[in-house]
Design a protein around this ligand. Structure first.
Ligand code: SD4
Length: 340
C-alpha cells in the first residue's frame, strides 16, 4: 500500500495550505512486518510525521537526565510551538467563532496520575498546563474559563490568539459555511507515548481539535482513556482522528486492554478499530487512528481507510512509518479474530 501522505489526509481541508508546509519534511517508510515492530527503551512513538522532531526532542531530554514526564512535555511543546503546524498549539485551527481553543492531557504510568485541560484559550502550551493540573491540584481536568484562569494564575506563557493564516482561512470558512460544515477532516493531533529503560511508561496528547468546532466542544485528546491512556503494567496508547468517533468508545483504553490480553500493540490497534467499526453505524468510515507501545518495547499503529503515518524514535533510529489502513474489505469479517 502506498504511504498516505499528510496531503491526502487533509484533502478538502481548509488547512491544506498551512498543512502543506509540513509535508515533505519526512517520507514514510513502508509498512514494516509486525515482527520488526520493537526496539529497546528509551522508545518514543507519536502520531504523524511532525511527531518525529518531537520524539527526538523528548529523547534528547531523557539523555540530559530529564524524567519521563519532562520528555513528554518537552517533545509536545516543540509541536505546540511550530507556527506552521495547523492543528496543534496556537497556530491551530480556530473554532466557529474564530477562537483557538486547545485540548491536552498528560499521564504518568508511575502512580497512574493524569492531568488535562480542555477548551483552553490564549496560552501557548496546553501540555504544560495539563501537567500542572496533574501535579499541583487534586483534579484531573480543567476546562474553558477555569482552565484559562488557572493558566493565568500560574504564569504560563501566553500566545497569539489566532495565527494570521488561520484567521484568513477562518474568514474564508465563514463565507462558505454551508460547504465547510461538511468537511470534517480538518484536524490533526500529537499523541506521544514513551517507554523508559526502567520500564515506566508515559504519554501526552495536544491539539487544537476539530476545525470550526462549536465553542466549548471538547474532543478525545484531553480525555483520559480516549485520546490517551497509560497503564504501567501494560503500556500506552494514543489517538488521532475524529474525536467524536474515538471518545464514544474510550479508544485508547481499549487498545491498552487488548494489549493486556496479550495482543501485540499493532494487533491491539487493529482490533480496537474492528470493535469500534462493528458497533458504529459508520463502520470503517470513522477517520480514527491509534498508536501504541507495550512494556516489552513492541509498538504499532493502525488507522481507518488508508491508515496514517506515525513516528518512532529510539537510540538506534528515528523514523516515520506507515500504519496499516483498515477498510471493510481488508480486515475480513468485522469483529473477526485478529489474524496472527
Ligand atoms: C479532536 N482528535 O479534537 C482530535 C483531532 C485530531 O487528527 O486528532 N485530528 O477530535
Amino acid at each position: 500500500m502506498p504511504p498516505l501522505s499528510r496531503r491526502q489526509f487533509v484533502t478538502r481541508s481548509v488547512t491544506t495550505v498551512a498543512g502543506s508546509a509540513l509535508i515533505g519534511r519526512t517520507s514514510a517508510a513502508p509498512m514494516p512486518p509486525m515482527a520488526d515492530l520493537s526496539d529497546s527503551a528509551p522508545l518514543i512513538i507519536s502520531t504523524w510525521p511532525f511527531g518525529k522532531p518531537a520524539n527526538e526532542s523528548a529523547l534528547a531530554c531523557l539523555k540530559r537526565g530529564g524524567s519521563g514526564l519532562d520528555a513528554i512535555e518537552e517533545g509536545i511543546r516543540l509541536t505546540e510551538s511550530d507556527p506552521t503546524n495547523p492543528s496543534v498549539g496556537l497556530a491551530g485551527i480556530p473554532n466557529s467563532e474564530g477562537v483557538v481553543q486547545l485540548d491536552a492531557c498528560i499521564m504518568s504510568g508511575p502512580g497512574h496520575r493524569a492531568g488535562g485541560v480542555a477548551a483552553l484559550e490564549g496560552f501557548a502550551h496546553p501540555i504544560s498546563v495539563a501537567r500542572r493540573v496533574m501535579e499541583s491540584t487534586p483534579h484531573v481536568l480543567l476546562v474553558g474559563e477555569g482552565a484559562r484562569a488557572f493558566a493565568a494564575k500560574n504564569g504560563f506563557e501566553r500566545g497569539p490568539k489566532v495565527s494570521p493564516g488561520q484567521k484568513k482561512a477562518w474568514k474564508a470558512w465563514v463565507q462558505q459555511q454551508a460547504e465547510a460544515k461538511r468537511k470534517t477532516d480538518n484536524h490533526d493531533t500529537i499523541a506521544m507515548v514513551a517507554l523508559l529503560p526502567d520500564g515506566n511508561v508515559f504519554g501526552g496528547c495536544s491539539t487544537s481539535g476539530r476545525g470550526y468546532k462549536l465553542p466549548g466542544r471538547v474532543g478525545d485528546s484531553p480525555i483520559i482513556g480516549s485520546g490517551l491512556y497509560v497503564d504501567n503494567e501494560v503500556g500506552a496508547a494514543g489517538a488521532t482522528g475524529l474525536g467524536e468517533n474515538v471518545m464514544r468508545y474510550c479508544g485508547s483504553f481499549l487498545v491498552v486492554e487488548f494489549m493486556r490480553q496479550g495482543l501485540h500493540p499493532q494487533e491491539a490497534c487493529i482490533e480496537t478499530i474492528r470493535r469500534i467499526a462493528r458497533l458504529d453505524p459508520l463502520g470503517f468510515d470513522l477517520a480514527i487512528n491509534f498508536i501504541a507501545l507495550d512494556k516489552k518495547g513492541r509498538y504499532g499503529a493502525a488507522g481507518t481507510g488508508q491508515g496514517f503515518e506515525y513516528s518512532v524514535t529510539s537510540e538506534r533510529s528515528s523514523r516515520v512509518l506507515q500504519s496499516p489502513g483498515l477498510t471493510a474489505k481488508n480486515v475480513g469479517p468485522v469483529g473477526g479474530n485478529v489474524t496472527k
